[in-house]
Each structure stands twice: as structure tokens, then as C-alpha cells.
Design a protein around this ligand. Sequence first.
Ligand code: R5P
Length: 263
Amino acid sequence: MDWGLRNRLSRIIAPGTGRSVMLAVDHGYFLGPTSRLEVPRKTIMPLAPYADSIMLTRGVLRSSIDPSILNSIVLRVSGGTSIVGEDLSNEGIITSVEDALRLNASGVALSIFVGSKHERQTLLALSELVNEGQKHGMPVLAVTAVGKELGKKDARYMSLACRIAAEIGAHIVKTYYCDGFEKVVESCPVPVVVAGGTKIPEKDALELTYNAIKAGATGVDMGRNIWQSDNPIPMIKAVRKIVHEDATAKEGFELYRKLSKLK
Ligand code: R5P
């Protein structure tokens, strides 16, 4: 691996702990103004100091993020679909690696839809992105999409999707936590980070974080369970404590309650 690529990866995965708290705020690329992300700047900027990396689109980066932030940027570069359109799996590459370089991104992210009718299209797009990324030392994060029409959200499906992403050359794979998650991590030869998914109670989201780390995940790429919380800063701090300090779910939740001034 060349120096530039390793340097960018070390901006996403903290060398001190080998772990990562990525703040996912890219949802608008197909959902539009999602609840509590209506004004991206207001949601993202207060949380930025507590994230290692921020995952977002170039449009939100350019319009809403101060160029002086210290976080690394992982740019969502796949899209072309919407929640009101026909098929969410029909994605293509929407941002070039050249533009990602111009924006000083430390990585680019693309979704794959294994098991969908656009499986081949999205896997070939991943391969194209890896090829292009290799020319410039740009790491690629593959997002394993889930959905009703795709396989069941279980260890067998997740292992399949993650392994395929790694075989094609993704440097990091983002997936969803499930029972038997250690098998997913074990059979994926590159770092795995977990998404949070739809909003659940803070205690449960911190348990998910703890269980994922215990099973070998490198960290989280979490969105709604942070910024849809009534107390987003205490929540990201609690997630951070679990990811970077090996705190238990209970310790994380105690911190969340304390910082939120909850009884
Ligand atoms: C979905 O593909 C989006 O890319 C999000 O980044 C991802 O789902 C993680 O966010 P959340 O924790 O809200 O699920």
C-alpha cells in the first residue's frame, strides 16, 4: 500500500486505538431533508469535534462545513436514486475521485446492493472506484446496503456482502450489526464498521456499539442514533468511550445519562 493511501486511512481509523468513530450524515443523498438533518450545518458542526471522520456528500461538505475542521472526510460518491423513485439499488458513481481529491477527502464511499437486480452494476461500480482510487491513493469504503428486497439481515448475508466488497478491493466495509457478527468480521479481511440503522433507544444503540466492538468491529459509521437523539453530544461522547476506551455498554450509558443530566 502506498504512503498516501496509508496516510488517508490513518486519518479515518485512529492509529492510537486502531478504531474509528465515523459520523454518518450522508442520508440526504436519497432521503432529502431527513428529520433532524434538515439544516446540515446545525446538526453536523456541534458534533464534529467528537468524530474521527465525517461521512457526507460533496454538496453538504461544500455548503455546510467549515474548511478549518480537523476531521477527516469520507465522501459519499454513489447515488442517483431517491426514496420516492422506483429502485434504491439502481445507484451509480456521482462524484469523481478527482473531485474527492480536490476536496481533500480521506476516503470515498459507495453502496453495493448484493442480491438486488442491480447487484452487478453496483459491484462493477465498486471495482471502478477501487481502480480509480488506486491511481491516487484514495481508500474506498464499501457500504453493504440492506433492504426488504435484499437478503435477510443475518450473518450469512452480511458475511457474503462484506467478503465480496473486500475481494473487489474495498479498504473498509460498512455493514449492519447482526447475531453472529463475529463471523462477519472474521471472514472479512479488511476493517469492518457498523452503521446504527433506524433510531432506537440510546441504551440499545450503545449496546449495539459495544457488541459490535466486542465482536471485532473497527468502529461505527453512525448517524441517526446520534443526531436523532435528544442529546446528540452526550450520545456521540458515549459512543466514543465504548469505541476508543473499551468502555462497556453500561459505562457508555452512564456517561450518556450524566452528560444529558438525566436522572
Ligand atoms: C445509508 O446508506 C447511509 O449511507 C448512512 O450513512 C448509514 O445508513 C449510516 O447511518 P445510520 O447509522 O443512520 O444507519
